[in-house]
Design a binder for this molecule. Structure first.
Ligand code: ATP
Ligand code: MG
Length: 333
């Protein structure tokens, strides 16, 4: 067993999608045998831009947990826990907010992108602007050193490490470890509409629970090359969503390289590449959907998994909070 701890999480804003699979779930599955791993159901973070709809955030706690279990996360090897029930994380967040400036939060490229995507303008909920400090609390609360995330999250890990360095410098000792992001080569998966990121909040996703018809419809509607009108025309591979998805999911990358060359030369129709992608996605999602539907009949079991994991996580995060309070020399009654 490797000694480093892994922390990842997902906002409970909707069921997980194939972007999550390519972006971090596949890595988490790989690591659960070799590492201690915590998976955080980030309901508190989800509220930072969903305060108008708390029902959605609470309903999706079970949905995301179901997705974890359906893809093969094993609660005996990985700890699934609920952010809002880990008070030490909230306390660390409050503390960390004093170790980061508003200017730095506003400069964070992930936050900038998300503010633009959500159309907040200057009306950003303060909790949203500050969530990088909360994410630093999540990561360090578990003393995690490895964080498998999508590419969009890399600046948040950077910001976490800045906070860690400040706290360690103030404490005069290395009370918190720095963390390293594990980013998959595939990068971020675009939405089926061709937008930069597939995201559960923008309705451009293929959920891991999608029905065969949903998958078919999503692939049919996918953005390819608008200038590739006839089969014999040369087509563009860059920016072609179908090829981007094939890059991420096609098990035969050699054959894919040949298909790309043929598409660029001309002579390969969109229908053919879409059929290939659809078959691959149907095969990927079918077993996940079947396990998910089975598990969703036993809500009691899913709740038990979350409760168990959250208790374990409480012990861990409380210990870290005590370490930080004592290293900084804060008052203790
Ligand atoms: P929301 O729209 O509510 O922000 P989301 O789809 O962005 O939801 P998150 O819960 O914010 O999902 O992200 C969880 C993890 O999944 C992060 O590590 C993120 O980088 C990764 N991820 C999310 N979307 C993608 C994507 N399209 N491609 C690759 N990784 C992704
Ligand atoms: Mg997100």
């Amino acid at each position: 067993m490797n000694t480093s701890t892994i922390l990842t999480g997902d906002r409970t804003t909707g069921p997980l999608h194939i972007g999550h699979y390519a972006g971090s779930l596949a890595n988490r599955l790989r690591y659960q045998d070799s590492h201690e791993q915590f998976l955080l159901l980030a309901d508190t973070q989800a509220l930072t831009d969903n305060a108008h709809d708390p029902q959605k955030v609470q309903r999706n706690v079970i949905e995301v947990a179901l997705d974890y279990l359906a893809v093969g996360i094993d609660p005996a090897r990985s700890t699934i826990c609920l952010q809002s029930h880990l008070p030490a994380l909230a306390e660390l967040s409050m503390l960390y907010l004093n170790f980061v400036t508003v200017a730095r939060l506003e400069r964070n490229p992930t936050i900038k992108d998300e503010i633009r995507a959500r159309g907040f303008g200057r009306d950003i909920p303060a909790g949203f602007l500050c969530y990088p400090a909360a994410q630093a609390a999540d990561i360090t609360g578990f003393k995690a050193t490895l964080v498998p995330v999508g590419e969009d999250q890399a600046p948040l890990i950077e910001q976490t490490n800045e906070i860690v360095r400040r706290i360690n410098a103030t404490a005069g000792q290395s009370v918190l470890p720095q963390a390293q992001a594990i980013i998959p080569k595939a990068g971020r998966l675009p939405g089926i509409d061709g937008k930069a990121k597939m995201s559960k909040s923008t309705g451009n996703a293929i959920p891991l629970s999608a029905s065969p018809d949903d998958i078919r419809a999503a692939v049919r509607a996918m953005f390819t090359d608008p200038n590739h009108l006839r089969v014999q025309d040369p087509g563009r591979v860059e920016g072609n969503v179908v090829f981007t998805y094939l890059d991420a999911f096609d098990p035969d990358q050699n054959e894919l390289a040949e298909l790309k060359a043929q598409y660029q030369r001309g002579g390969l129709g969109d229908g053919k590449i879409k059929a290939r992608l659809e078959a691959i996605l149907q095969e990927l999602i079918a077993p996940i959907r079947a396990r998910r539907s089975q598990l969703s009949k036993d809500r009691g079991y899913v709740l038990e998994v979350i409760k168990d994991g959250t208790e374990r996580a409480q012990t861990r995060t409380e210990a870290t909070k005590r370490d930080v309070v004592s290293a900084l020399g804060l008052f203790q009654l």
